[in-house]
Design a protein around this ligand. Structure first.
Ligand code: ZN
Length: 343
């Protein structure tokens, strides 16, 4: 069967630049998969619908064999099959950082990432000052905790947790209040006014059960801030409109704002604001009755996602064709000569 994005069949080649360090770890992981040390298993869609899927792609940005499917019942894209639980733990322990971040300077990284902290702060500021009390902020899966910096500077009470020892230790050395461990490690501090889930939800095999755990940690009038790479909106900004750059083996689900809203709704939340990129704020739906929850069905959304993927792919191919034309190349060459002469 040919995938919907024909470029993304099994033999397609990696297009992103990779360092030797990354290449070595990718090769190491591929070997573990082919030796059966790392294993994959069937991964049914979290909507629990028993619909048919559309095959979208068979490769990811790093050259891993990764099958991405579009669920025709709900519109979610997911990796299926996906890594078994044990494999996933080993992958995060051994290869994830090496492949995704490569060798880098942690000081430099921390300073650069502060910008994202200020952006998130601006995005949710209106919810922080409804009264004058200082707020309790949890960042779950916080890494170095850098996203808490802006909230810390503005006098709020901040806590972060993560499984990665290296980054936690670094954040603590920067004066942040961080704890190594699962999200339960923050229960000792009571319930939060704000919970940050920044680029973490897309990594979970069962994002719904994760959200229902997170809900227990949130005050009745609290908010959850979620950022995930949006399947519609983040492509032009961060992935050069190319799904081959977008799909990556650590991501299990790909949301649009609609599919994320729908999932959150079924877990008892309402979207207060959101963008397709995706950044969104959710509040608790205080009238939520889980027994009255309707089934997750949104076939229109599935059609919308499929249409979008096809449109983007067509645009990308037209652009590639234009850039490989002789007249385009000649123009670029003349431009370079002109600027060289101009000095
Ligand atoms: Zn589904």
């Amino acid at each position: 069967m040919t995938p919907l994005i024909k470029r993304l069949h099994k033999e397609s080649k990696v297009t992103i630049p990779l360092s030797e360090h990354q290449k070595n770890h990718i090769a190491q992981m591929k070997e573990k998969i082919s030796n059966g040390i790392y294993r994959l298993e069937k991964n049914d869609c979290v909507c629990s619908g028993n619909s048919s899927d559309i095959l979208i792609a068979e490769k990811d940005r790093y050259g891993f064999d990764l099958t991405t499917k579009l669920c025709q019942n709900c519109g979610l894209l997911r990796s299926d099959p996906y890594y078994e639980y044990e494999t996933l733990n080993e992958f995060y322990k051994n290869e994830f950082e090496e492949i995704y971040r490569g060798n880098f300077d942690i000081d430099e990284y921390f300073e650069k990432r502060k910008r994202v902290s200020y952006e998130i702060y601006e995005f949710i500021k209106e919810y922080l000052y409804k009264d004058s009390s200082k707020k309790k902020i949890f960042d779950l899966g916080c890494g170095s905790g850098v996203l808490l910096v802006a909230f810390n500077e503005n006098g709020h009470e901040t806590y972060g947790c993560d499984l990665g020892e290296k980054y936690i230790s670094y954040g603590i050395s920067k004066g942040l209040n961080l704890y190594k461990g699962d999200i339960d490690v923050l229960n000792q501090f009571g319930k939060a006014d704000v919970i940050i889930l920044n680029h973490s939800l897309e990594h979970f095999i069962n994002p719904r059960s994760y959200i229902s755990r997170v809900k227990q940690m949130l005050k009745e009038d609290g908010i959850i801030y979620i950022a995930v790479p949006g399947v519609i909106g983040s492509l032009p900004m961060h992935y050069k409109n190319d799904y081959l750059r977008f799909f990556q083996n650590s991501h299990v689900y790909h949301f649009s704002l609609n599919t994320l809203n729908k999932m959150m709704e079924l877990e008892g939340f309402k979207c207060s604001k959101g963008t397709e990129e995706i950044q969104a704020v959710y509040t608790k739906n205080l009238n939520f009755n889980p027994n009255l929850t309707k089934k997750w069905k949104d076939e229109d959304e599935a059609v919308r996602i499929k249409t979008h993927i096809l449109k983007l792919e067509k645009q990308l191919l037209t652009e590639v064709k234009r850039k490989s034309s002789i007249s385009y190349k000649l123009k670029q060459k003349l431009k370079r000569i002109y600027y060289a002469l101009k000095g």
